[in-house]
Write a protein that binds this ligand. Sequence first.
Ligand code: FES
Length: 69
Amino acid sequence: MTKTNANEADDIMCECSGTTRGKIQILFKQGMDMDAISRWAGAVSGCGGCEWDIAEYLNTLTEQKNKSV
Ligand code: FES
């Protein structure tokens, strides 16, 4: 389950690894995909329950990136 904080960047997206939304955003901007983020931050390498939420978030970031090009 994703917690909602006042600062969205502090939202924990992966409870198993403690990976925050902000961390995923930074890694995405460095060019990492889901596999790389998983290896680097440990996200999606535990119970896997966060996979859908993180995939959705990466899709959103990709759409935002494509719009700004
Ligand atoms: S919540 Fe991300 S692997 Fe368990």
